[in-house]
Design a protein around this ligand. Sequence first.
Ligand code: MN
Length: 205
Amino acid sequence: MSQKFVLPELGFSFGALEPAIDAQTMEIHHGKHHAAYVNNLNAALENAPKFFMDPIEDVLRNFNDVPQEIRQAVINNGGGHANHSLFWKVLTPGGSNQPVGDVASELMDVFGTFENFVEKFSKAAATRFGSGWAWLVLNGQKKLEVYSTANQDSPHMQGHIPVLGLDVWEHAYYLRYQNRRPDYVKAFWSVVNWDKVDQFYQENK
Ligand code: MN
């Protein structure tokens, strides 16, 4: 019997992203929402403990191997765990607030300008109906691609590697922004840690 999945430390204080993302939202988002995904994932896998042995990203990539009766619970809660774990890392204060390194040059190659990339990503975030995520991923051809997913569906489920993600569930922004998701998306750009994005790009390209 191996270790269950655990809620990772946030790695910075709840108020560190003010004013873009408020402290109360961060506290609830990490301590309640992300924690619930981890707890529910562990509960779903109680009778299939061999899946505790793999990183959650690998479980999601091979989600067809998960027994059918718990598959949707693993997609929802395992996706929630993986998505939020990445989200906290790309929000870690202290890195470059502009693209740097290899990911910067690749963004220029694929999108022409940084502004064009921001526009495409922001549109994906704004137009995702209901709950979901906007992503910058390395796709199956190892090229950067922007899209959104519904609910907690993870890019890993289609063999893609997310390098930047934005949670557009209402729980991520409602306290400060209410219905104004575009304002939240705009503020997001001020708190992205591009050193982390470049690190994930370089580790997986
Ligand atoms: Mn969330």
